[in-house]
Design a protein around this ligand. Structure first.
Ligand SMILES: *Cc1c(COP(=O)(O)O)cnc(C)c1O
Length: 429
């Protein structure tokens, strides 16, 4: 073999081991998911090696005859699924979708209101993220810890006094729907546009659960297409807005912030949109049911789960305060060794310098639900977390139990065809 073949093979070996690790683990990261066979197939197509700058049928390059058709279909499916007037499937990630909106709608010095990081806000909406890079003036909404949501009265006051050009809503720790209906009049009164970042909950919205931002006052939704929405790592923008605003946003996409738009991922997104039209409602309902039940099991097993007052969660996410169990970093590391993959997370009272050892854990049920986990498996997950963290059982022992549990669920569900989940697909022998 040639000189560097072994190194290339080493990368491949690591990728195989990675697949195997996830095949045997309980995946509970709230921002991840796995794809359907048909969507995965799209990622391997020649679309992934091409450019199609501009909009369908108005491109700058030749060779886009089929790309145009795929993009037209993807846009139509998105408009149908989300009942939006406009859809742009070109952003290559949620952050890119956000950046496009920021560049399209806001100029340096303009004011934007956003959820605070400590209330689960995403870094792209913070001063060191895209919002800050655009030189915007940021004001944060007041957060109500007991309700784990924005404080409605104080937020109305803030919007009326600060008069932001754009009000951005939506978080990365997103337990309960944003009270858009209660806030939209205040925004309208001062002429602010409502933009909803649905990165985490896009699949729940697609399934008609959680909330329906475009009917509750939002003009624009941005999202990642790989969290509760079980598609490729990509982004999307949805609109129910005037043509001028939409045109500005689309300029924010191209030429603003992308050149190629990962056409293979866009095709995978199109396939997933069709699958969500057929299976999304059932899937979203099950994700939320599992999250609520897992939260109550963890509480019963002795953990401090936030949001108790409102039934812990209405989404795919639940949040656990583990200050008394050794802190977020320790518990997340211990669970990883025990075959349970989740992440440590800032809780509302943590300040930013706690980000390496925050008080909490964030847990999401969307991936385990996609392979068929139900109520009894939620109970089993809770038991495994308890014996690892509270009873301090050896991680290797818990890891075996976790692998046993996982081995009973082999297929990707809520999609066309059946593919073994976490299978490594070889093209070269
Ligand atoms: C995950 C997330 C994003 C960004 O998503 P990427 O697709 O990873 O770029 C943006 N906003 C929120 C609220 C998120 O949770």
């Amino acid at each position: 073999m040639t000189e560097n073949y072994d190194t290339a093979q080493k990368i491949r070996d690591l990728a195989m081991e990675h697949n195997d690790f996830f095949r045997k683990s309980i995946p509970l990261i709230a921002s991840e998911n796995i794809m359907s066979p048909l969507a995965m197939e799209m990622l391997l197509t020649d679309f992934g090696f091409r450019y199609a700058e501009g909009l369908p049928h108005h491109r700058y390059y030749q060779g886009n005859f089929y790309v145009d058709q795929v993009e037209d279909i993807t846009i139509d499916l998105a408009k149908k699924l989300f009942k939006s007037d406009q859809a742009d499937p070109r952003p290559v990630s949620g952050t890119n979708a956000n950046t496009s909106v920021i560049y399209g709608l806001l100029n340096p010095g303009d004011k934007i209101s956003t959820p605070p990081l400590s209330g689960g806000g995403h870094i792209s909406a913070a001063k060191f993220g895209a919002v800050g890079l655009r030189g915007l003036n940021i004001v944060n909404y007041p957060f109500d810890v007991e309700n784990m949501n924005l404080d409605v009265d104080k937020t109305i006051k803030l919007i009326k006094s600060e008069k932001p050009k754009v009000c951005l809503f939506g978080q990365s720790v997103f337990l309960f729907p944003t009270p858009l209906k209660e806030l939209k009049d205040a925004a309208a009164e001062v002429g602010s546009k409502i933009w909803y970042d649905g990165a985490h909950v896009l699949g729940l919205i697609a399934g008609g659960k959680f909330q329906d931002p475009l009917r509750e006052g939002a003009e624009i939704i941005t999202g990642s297409t790989h969290k509760t929405f079980p598609g490729p790592q990509h982004g999307i923008i949805l609109g129910k807005t005037d043509e001028k605003t939409w045109k500005n946003i689309q300029r924010g996409v191209f030429p603003g912030t992308i050149s190629n738009h990962h056409i293979n991922a866009m095709a995978a997104l199109g396939v997933t949109l069709a699958e969500e039209l057929d299976y999304g409602r059932e899937y979203a309902g099950k994700i939320i049911e599992n999250a609520k039940y897992l939260a109550s099991c963890l509480a019963e097993d002795g953990f401090k789960v936030l949001g108790e007052k409102n039934g812990y969660t209405e989404s795919h996410t639940l949040v656990v305060d583990v200050r008394n169990n050794g802190g977020g970093r320790h518990v997340a590391d211990l669970l990883e060794k025990s075959g349970i993959v989740l992440n440590k997370n800032l809780l509302p009272w943590d300040d930013g310098n706690k980000s390496q050892d925050p008080s909490g854990l964030r847990i999401g049920t969307q991936e385990v639900t996609r392979i068929g986990f139900g109520k009894s498996e939620m109970k089993e997950i809770s038991r495994l977390i308890k014996i690892a963290v509270i009873d301090k059982k050896a991680p290797e022992v818990v890891k075996k139990d976790a692998a046993d549990l996982k081995s009973r669920f082999k297929k990707v569900k809520y999609c066309y065809g059946d593919l073994e989940a976490y299978k490594y697909i070889k093209l070269l022998n």
